[in-house]
Design a protein around this ligand. Structure first.
Ligand SMILES: Cc1ncc(C[n+]2csc(CCOP(=O)(O)OP(=O)(O)O)c2C)c(N)n1
Length: 279
């Protein structure tokens, strides 16, 4: 009997050439995703990458799977709808810190709370890269590189992991673009986790924030196992500097919708809709 051919990571890349700047951390995220897809021998046809708008949100075009380049801040809404309608698919939502924590902040909160079984990768470069370097929700208070905030935004940065925990996310990890192997392992684990898995990626933008090249000396790869207590995780997320990497918190809970809760008539309605669109 013929063995199925195992694809290498490169085979999961599309023929579209990324237009990111040299040194952009988003290249590492692309590499980590394709490595994870190869390691799990994933089916291209059963995988969908969904994004919002931003440099980071261009990523679905660079992967040879199904993809949806959505609307700014709305990637998670689309991804959740897709997963609920097609639970057989592996759904990976992607975006940047502006996309996910500013315009899409409300969707982020409710995705954590709702716990639909999908992966959410937020590529945090602490800046709006695509629109040429304005402050985002995670920009440090005194970051003074933008003409719009000449003395820095002067507002405390948002803490994505702490907010995710408070909103109910059951699986929270942090990766760094300088360590794509750790990130690939994490993405594979996130795909296999049954529930909403949130990966906060420190993804450097050395074009607008050249100081982020120093992140390599600040990140700390945690050796401790993931915390299972929300109290302990809250203590960690509120006290750390935001540079602890690894799987930080894991606490399985009921996903939405519960598998048995899709009523027959909803399935019929879906079938009718699909027939109408010739699916
Ligand atoms: C409704 C709407 N508002 C604003 C914009 C302009 N816009 C495009 S990308 C972007 C920010 C992107 O920043 P981020 O999500 O951090 O991603 P990055 O480009 O840094 O990867 C903004 C404000 C838009 N496209 N649509």
């Amino acid at each position: 009997m013929n063995q199925p051919v195992r694809l290498k990571a490169k085979a999961f890349k599309s023929s579209v050439k990324p237009i990111w700047c040299p040194g952009c951390g988003h290249f590492s995220v692309l590499n980590a995703i394709t490595k994870a897809m190869a390691a799990l021998a994933m089916e291209k046809d059963d995988t969908v990458l969904v994004s919002g708008i931003g440099c980071s949100s261009r990523l679905p075009a660079y992967v040879d799977s199904y993809g949806f380049h959505g609307v700014h801040g709305r990637g998670l809404a689309i991804a959740q709808g897709l997963k609920v309608a097609r639970p057989d698919l592996t759904v990976i939502a992607l975006g940047g810190d502006g996309d996910g924590f500013s315009i899409g902040g409300n969707h982020f909160l409710h995705a954590c709370r709702r716990n639909v079984n999908l992966v959410y990768i937020a590529m945090d470069n602490e800046v709006y890269g695509m629109t040429k370097g304005q402050a985002s929700p995670t920009t440090p208070m005194d970051w003074d590189h933008s003409k719009l905030t000449p003395h820095g935004p002067g507002v405390r940065p948002f803490k994505p992991a702490a907010v995710a925990l408070a909103a109910g996310a059951p699986w929270i990890a942090r990766a760094y673009s300088g360590n794509p192997n750790q990130m690939a392992k994490m993405i594979a684990e996130a795909i296999e986790f049954e529930g909403f898995s949130f990966i906060h990626v420190l993804s450097q933008c050395i074009t607008y924030c050249p100081e982020q090249a120093d992140w390599k000396s600040i990140v700390n790869e945690r050796s401790e196992p993931a915390l299972a207590s929300a109290d302990e995780a809250a203590k960690l997320f509120l006290s750390e500097d935001g540079f602890e990497t690894g799987l930080l918190y894991r606490q399985q809970r009921q996903t939405w919708p519960p598998t048995s809760s899709i009523p027959d008539n909803q399935e019929t309605a879906l079938a009718k809709l699909e027939a109408k669109f010739g699916a």
